[in-house]
Design a protein around this ligand. Sequence first.
Ligand code: NAD
Ligand code: MG
Length: 383
Amino acid sequence: MINLTLLGATGSIGQSTLAVVDLHPEQFQVFAISANTNWQDMIKLCTKYTPKYAVMTDENAATQLSARLQNDTTVLSGAAALEMIAEHAQTDYVMAAIVGSAGMASSLAAAKAGKRIMLANKESLVLAGDIFMQAVKDNNAELIPVDSEHSAIFQCLQGGTSGLSKIQLTASGGPFLHTPLHELSAITPEQACAHPNWSMGRKISVDSATMMNKGLEVIEAHYLFNLPASQIDVVIHPQSIIHSSVYFNDGSTLSQLGNPDMRTVISYALSYPDRIPSGVSALDLTQNSPLEFYAPDFDKFACLRLAFETLKQGGSSMGTMNAANEIAVSSFLNGRIRFVDIAIIIEKTLEQAKHTHPNTLNAVIKNDQDARAIAREIVQTYA
Ligand code: NAD
Ligand code: MG
């Protein structure tokens, strides 16, 4: 029996993980789960899975949960408890599915404890890629991507990297692929969160609409596959059937295809190197014709351009961009700024922030906080 810790159990990835786990009760057992504030859903999860630990980051939510639970689950609160359930000796695999930089320390704790980390929290790599990858290496952790593009590349590279010339991330282009630039300023949060192919949390849905999600994924790919920006390419593919491709120097290209459903990605991370049923139906290519491909428009999707620029610049700039993006996205979701202001706020934050080379987690966190403060000040000027 494999014990699982699910960080971010109430989220979109958390729920899909549990859906796969439900198909294989003889193989996987839920050891610990976490959520931020949603104690109502956590009651249901604790009742169904009876984990040893349930962590609510929010203290008040933890009080609510523990007052209502009638089983042996220990309820804890705070960020330190997240690290405890990630590194616990009794857990085998850790699903890192907290959204945003809040997931970084617990992902790192799992790496330091030498766990299998099923990494959905791409922000861990964007903020602290060097530190994180070093921890994985030093502690013999197993890092399996839980992002459709990176899982696709990981699968395509199972035969090795001999002759690898480039990897190519596919991007759906989001809901505004065909919306003219001048119409983007009137976009509402509801329109931005209505993704054509993937059902996801609100933050990553906005990131998909701005294509910052692809930008973060370029950086994620840089660290996961140890490749420079020059060997990482992005192509728009609105149908999201080809999840990504790998190009070799003999003219061969390998792609991984499937219906757009994260349960495939999650089940592969759970069963690797084997495969197990995920609940996702088989792909029917005849129902998905034609498949289209376009080059990305870096003027319209300035966030994608900024991500490539920060990757080339290195150091603190990727973390600064991520922090500014988190502030800008939540300001957009709260109705304080327009959709098109997201990229502008990120660019201004990058101009104003000090460029450093953080090599400790504390330095990364300090840079994240400083960048957030700058971004918040810039947002104020829009109010
Ligand atoms: P979500 O918003 O649906 O869920 C986020 C989870 O994190 C929830 O369980 C929430 O309780 C928890 N959380 C939120 N803020 C927190 C905080 N401050 N401290 C502790 N916990 C907190 O998000 P999601 O769509 O499931 O995405 C999770 C991660 O997976 C993100 O990094 C995202 O980029 C990545 N990802 C998601 C998808 C997808 O299809 N949803 C695909 C690829 C990668
Ligand atoms: Mg993705």
